[in-house]
Design a protein around this ligand. Sequence first.
Ligand code: 5GP
Length: 209
Amino acid sequence: MSRNGMLVILSGASGVGKSTLCKHIISSIPDIQLSVSYTTRPIRSGEEHGREYWFVNEETFRRMIDQQAFLEWAEVYGNLYGTPRRELMQLQDTGIDVILDIDIQGAKNVMTNAEDVVSVFLMPPSLEVLKSRLEARGTDDAEVVERRFQKAQTEMAHHVEYEYTMRNGSLEQAIREFESIVLAERVRTKRLDHAWLSRYGLIDKEVIE
Ligand code: 5GP
């Protein structure tokens, strides 16, 4: 292993295509996984416990907060969402990069409290497309859709807090950009375990000690 895994934050409005993008990245590049959050949100049809989220009740979630089980947690659209700390660290320790699909509050927390973070904000192609994607999902009622649409616009102004901002104009382009970010960040000199280079005889061990 050349280094510890890094945390790749991916934020953007719901309906913007984060899940689709993540699915592609996980299969197209090795050693990267998606963190599965805990949530109190009701399960949607097509979702599976343990795949999209760990669906728990509020009591369980609050107990986990007390036990400091979350790296971060936040209330989003009236439901609680949290990133489990232990699973994340286990992956990072084995050199696996972990994508966190989290909202702007969670991202802010992770940016200030965790090390080795890369942050990416994903914009929709346009507001019209975002609105129609939220509606087409058909899993939320009109009021929820409108609330998510309004919040999405407020959140988009926060993209300046992220290192990278992408626009999901075409999935193919977005995949290429996201892959490029991850691959380039992996080879940043600051992330290298220099002992790894010395194993190949490329640098003198004494230079790094
Ligand atoms: P959805 O309910 O549509 O799956 O997700 C709603 C929002 O919650 C999305 O913006 C998503 O990024 C965010 N989210 C999902 N998991 C977490 C988490 O563990 N922490 C935080 N802070 N936000 C999350």
